[in-house]
Design a protein around this ligand. Structure first.
Ligand SMILES: Nc1ncnc2c1ncn2[C@@H]1O[C@H](COP(=O)(O)OP(=O)(O)OP(=O)(O)O)[C@@H](O)[C@H]1O
Length: 243
């Protein structure tokens, strides 16, 4: 269990409490500036709240050894930076740094991550010679190559085409079925409705809703939080949002 207890960050989070469960896909949604990235950074242990705490399986994240924390929590920032123009395969291999594992284990994890992101054809291509979506997939491959118990990804679908969005969501669903905790910041409410087990809605730094997608993203919630009159169409699992 990854738990946030009354997290406060002045101007960003106003007492957010959450119990996230492994084996589930949780979507964090909310308007621009609602605090989604701030919450995700706190859950990853990269941003210290001024009040409150994050715990992983009841142990304070702040007290964990950074290497153990890096093995447990895989974090994809909203705008990841790449310092060096390395190949896709080398970038993915950086995800293995916290492990000190055998070359065979590293290679299997890297290959699995490249496969999951449809990147084998790009393995030896420098990052500078990729499209925006290919680069986004390579950056996520680095995180998945670290075989984290928790994936905390900030808008991982933002630059992906429809087929790659669906393939990635399918892969993350399978990861969750094997016990990974999957936490995704998503702006696309239909993707959250159709693919998440649970949706957390933030509004001005506070929880506005938290529950199954059909309740947390009910039409009155969308009207109140996003100030947009919207109607869900279609069947459960294949909903579309009419605005
Ligand atoms: N480094 C920072 N210092 C102070 N305030 C910040 C900082 N980064 C963001 N903020 C503010 O904190 C609030 C929450 O920002 P955050 O990036 O968490 O929102 P978000 O929900 O992820 O937004 P978006 O959908 O635009 O990515 C915003 O009002 C933002 O202006």
């Amino acid at each position: 269990m990854l738990a946030a207890e009354a997290l406060v960050l002045p101007g960003r989070l106003r007492g957010v409490s959450l119990n996230l469960r492994a084996g589930e896909v949780t979507a964090i949604c909310g308007p621009n500036g609602a605090g989604k990235s701030s919450l995700l950074s706190c859950l990853a242990g990269l941003l210290a709240p001024t009040k409150g705490a994050v715990t992983l399986d009841d142990a304070p994240l702040a007290a964990m050894h950074p290497e153990a924390r890096a093995r447990a929590l895989g974090y994809l920032p909203q705008t990841p930076e790449v310092a060096w123009d390395v190949s896709v395969q080398t970038l993915a291999s950086l995800g293995r740094l916290p492990w000190r594992s055998s070359a065979a284990e590293d290679s299997a994890a890297i290959d699995a991550a490249l496969d999951a992101l449809d990147l084998p054809a790009f393995a030896h291509r420098p990052i500078s010679q990729l499209s925006g979506g290919e680069r986004a997939r390579a950056l996520l491959a680095r995180v998945l190559a670290g075989t984290p118990r928790w994936l905390l990804a900030d808008e991982p679908l933002a630059n992906l085409d429809l087929a790659h969005q669906l393939a990635l969501l399918g892969h993350l669903r399978a990861c969750a079925a094997r016990g990974m905790g999957v936490v995704l910041v998503l702006h696309d409410l239909a993707l959250a409705m159709n693919h998440a087990d649970r949706v957390v809605v933030l509004e001005q730094g506070a929880l506005a809703a938290d529950g199954p997608p059909d309740l947390a993203l009910a039409e009155p919630v969308i009207a109140k939080v996003w100030n947009v009159p919207a109607r869900w169409l279609g069947e459960p699992g294949a909903r579309a949002l009419a605005v």
